[in-house]
Design a protein around this ligand. Structure first.
Ligand code: NAP
Length: 337
């Protein structure tokens, strides 16, 4: 008996600000799995800035997004039917399952998750791609050392909050950049940043200088644009930039670009972009340390959870308005099987 399924489809390419008209709720059915396949009942969907990049016309990704497709995205859920020996009914599975209630997929494209005492949603946040991204950026790309000043933009987000905890655990002075006084207070009081600067303040450039009196050794760059230009002016000689993301640019019809590139030259700055998917061999070491910082309480990540598949488009749009605190998720079903 086929399962009735609801999904959100991508229906309009996005140039400039994204809104809910780029998505459409639709209904379909999921038929029984073939040999080697499973059906997952998705419990949490992950909302991530990279999904916005995939909505741009002509962007080439490993899992391309075409008009009419079910919206791409990672999800975690429980297996409800299995025709593969690696998965039993009731197992937790993680993968690119898309914005839908049920996903029929080859078992080779799903990862079996042992919750190991953590909540399922953690595997989309601190123990998921955002957490590993933070770890790779700090440990492999920037190679942070105790005593250094590290600046992290989008500091209260899924990646930034983990990067902050890891830098602090290393013994760095950690300065966040975030949008608004409430987020800056959260960064200091709940996430343990030493200072946090509001990039929406009219005096942002001066306030950043005040918060980094000995300059910046490492920039963990999540935002780009004007914020990044101001950070470059504070870099110390031979400083390092881990270029993780450019979220301020994804909704712009024309990118702002990088106007202070001369500072990279003037200050002997080492700038390296990276995609976490290019470092799969680092994941086990990252997860070991991330579990430690979670268990010790050094990292207490926040989550913003919307409820119901129909809320996914609006919640996604709000990600680019800074409405989320920590990892942005949509809950589709109860965690209990
Ligand atoms: N390199 C990789 O492999 C990789 C992997 C995952 C993520 N990333 C990147 O990491 C960055 C953070 O991702 P995330 O998942 O942790 O998202 P997030 O920080 O949880 O959410 C996005 C945040 O970006 C900030 N933002 C949105 N629009 C902005 C704008 N116009 N100017 C400045 N800030 C803006 C907002 O925070 P405020 O309210 O503070 O503005 C918002 O809350 C993104 O750039 C993403 O593309 C890269």
């Amino acid at each position: 008996m086929p399962l009735s399924n609801q999904c959100v489809r991508f229906v309009k390419p996005a140039v400039g600000p994204v809104d809910e008209r780029h998505f459409e709720l639709s209904t379909s059915t999921v038929s029984a799995p073939d040999a080697g396949e499973i059906i997952v009942r998705n419990v949490y969907l992950s909302l991530d800035p990279y999904q916005r990049r995939q909505m741009m016309p002509g962007v080439v990704y490993t899992n391309p997004l075409n008009i009419g497709d079910v919206m791409v995205g990672r999800a975690i859920g429980t297996v409800v039917e299995s025709r593969d020996p690696r998965f039993a009914v009731g197992d937790w599975a993680l993968g690119h399952f898309g914005w839908q209630h049920y996903t029929r997929i080859s078992a080779t494209k799903a990862e079996k998750i042992d919750l190991d005492g953590f909540s399922p949603s953690t595997f989309l946040g601190a123990l998921g791609s955002p957490g590993v991204t933070a770890w790779v950026g700090l440990r492999t790309i920037a190679k942070v050392r105790a005593g250094e000043t590290v600046v992290i933009s989008a500091a209260t987000g899924a990646v930034g909050s983990v990067a902050g905890a890891l830098a602090r655990a290393t013994g760095c002075r950690v300065v966040g950049i975030a949008g608004g006084p409430m987020k800056c207070a959260h960064a200091i009081e709940a996430l343990g940043f030493d200072a946090c600067v509001d990039y929406k303040s009219a005096n942002f450039r001066d306030e950043l200088a005040h918060a980094t009196p000995t300059g910046i050794d490492v920039d963990f760059e999540n935002v780009g644009g004007y914020v990044f230009d101001c950070v470059l002016e504070r870099m110390n000689d031979f400083g390092r930039v881990a270029l993780c993301g450019l979220v301020s640019q994804y909704n712009l019809p024309e990118p702002y670009g990088m106007r202070n590139i001369a500072e990279v030259l003037n200050r002997n700055v080492m700038l390296q972009g990276y995609r976490v998917t290019s470092f799969p061999e680092q994941r086990p070491a990252a997860l070991r340390e991330l579990k430690d910082v979670l268990r010790s309480g050094v990292l207490r990540p926040a989550e913003t959870i919307d409820v119901g598949l129909a809320q996914a488009p609006a919640a996604f749009v709000r990600l680019f308005q800074g409405a989320n605190m920590g990892k942005s998720l949509v809950r589709l079903a109860d965690e209990t099987i």
